[in-house]
Design a protein around this ligand. Structure first.
Ligand SMILES: NC(=O)c1ccc[n+]([C@@H]2O[C@H](COP(=O)([O-])OP(=O)(O)OC[C@H]3O[C@@H](n4cnc5c(N)ncnc54)[C@H](OP(=O)(O)O)[C@@H]3O)[C@@H](O)[C@H]2O)c1
Length: 332
């Protein structure tokens, strides 16, 4: 039997079979185990609900759960007990590997942790691993666009989309973002978006006019279907169209002419693969850069609401609320 770190009873969300998250999740009490050599016990401060977490519970994600499982691809916590010299109680950390973060406590291998500046906001830090790094890879992993080059994207108000806008602004690139809701145009422009338009056929006409004859070096597609096609139509010859999400759950339709006459390149990105396969020093260097931006307040993701674990039905209900203003998090 595992030895317990304390007599304190922790809590975690678990699912015993894949399916609809609201139907499959349960709250479970457990005794957080004491860390063995090389392990660290982390008390969770905050963990967001990402689309990938829902796909993980549904069984449709690139990683299949070992059941029963606790979801949570990322989060921020504080070290409570350490079996590794590199970490002391009180250190603020995030996890570079899946860590079952929808819990009050989690035990992980020390080598999978990343230590944060002590001053960083835990809510913002909880959202550092996935979406900022995805935006970073989109902007750095597919060639080096020249200064002032245009980047086009859909789901511009998503967490990734907002990170793209802020990072591109600081890298000297220009963004044209498509959104579903017209009320977001002003907000994303304030964030640093150069052009923000509604994602429909009239928006495509307006986008071509806004580019004034220019075409985009890169297109970031988180939606699929017709929206993905609109982005293709804004690309330059040889431009790269990167699919990293499928919010509309609709496949891409690619006109022959865009391949024959414009030679656009269709690529994909899964940030998990980059984290696991890139040299550790490269990954940690990117996170150090992103953490500094988050701590300085130049890379911000809005928070819609924070919920205790046992309020997971309310947290999941917020995800489908049309007026959601940012990420939904668990703050145990
Ligand atoms: N491949 C990777 O490594 C990777 C990494 C991170 C994220 N992702 C993916 O990137 C996407 C965005 O993630 P996120 O965490 O940034 O999202 P998020 O903050 O939860 O925002 C979701 C976005 O999707 C839009 N949306 C929702 N349903 C839609 C639909 N049926 N059709 C069109 N748009 C829809 C939302 O628009 P409204 O606000 O108008 O509802 C919003 O812009 C997801 O697909 C996620 O799985 C992939």
């Amino acid at each position: 039997m595992e030895s317990s770190a304390s007599n304190k009873v922790g809590q975690r969300l678990v699912f015993h079979e894949t399916g609809v998250p609201l139907e499959k999740l349960q709250v479970q009490a457990f005794s957080p185990p004491a860390p063995t050599a090389g392990q660290v016990l982390v008390r969770m401060l905050a963990a967001p609900v990402n689309p990938a977490d829902l796909n993980f519970i549904e069984g449709t994600y690139g990683v299949k759960p070992e059941l029963p499982a606790t979801p949570g691809v990322e989060g921020c916590g504080v070290v409570e007990a350490s079996g590794a010299a590199a970490y002391q109680a009180g250190d603020r950390v995030i996890f570079l590997r899946r860590a079952a973060t929808w819990a009050t406590h989690t035990v992980v291998a020390a080598e999978s942790l990343f230590k944060l500046p002590a001053t960083i906001d835990p809510m913002q830090a909880a959202m550092l691993k996935v979406n900022p790094a995805t935006a970073w890879r989109l902007l750095h992993g597919f060639g080096k666009p020249e200064q002032g080059a245009w980047i086009v994207q859909n789901a511009g108000n998503s967490a990734v989309g907002r990170c793209v806008i802020q990072l591109a602004r600081d890298l000297g690139l220009r963004t044209l973002s498509l959104v579903r809701r017209p009320e977001l145009v002003e907000e994303l422009t304030q964030l640093g978006g150069d052009v923000v338009l509604v994602d429909d056929e009239a928006g495509l006409v307006a986008a071509k006019a806004a580019l004034g004859g220019a075409t985009a070096a890169l297109a970031f597609n988180a939606v699929g279907g017709d929206s993905a096609l609109r982005l293709m139509n804004l690309l330059r010859e040889g431009g790269v169209h990167i699919t990293f999400g499928a919010m509309a759950k609709r496949p891409l339709t690619v006109p022959n002419g865009l391949l024959i006459f414009r030679d656009i390149q269709l690529r994909g990105l899964w940030v998990t693969r980059w984290i696991e396969n890139a040299p550790d020093a490269e990954v940690r260097g990117v996170y150090a850069d992103l953490a500094a931006r988050v701590a300085a307040g130049t890379l911000v993701q809005p928070v819609d609401s924070a919920h205790p674990l046992e309020a997971f039905p309310a947290a999941l209900a917020r995800l489908t609320a049309g007026e959601r203003a940012g990420k939904v998090l668990f703050a145990p």
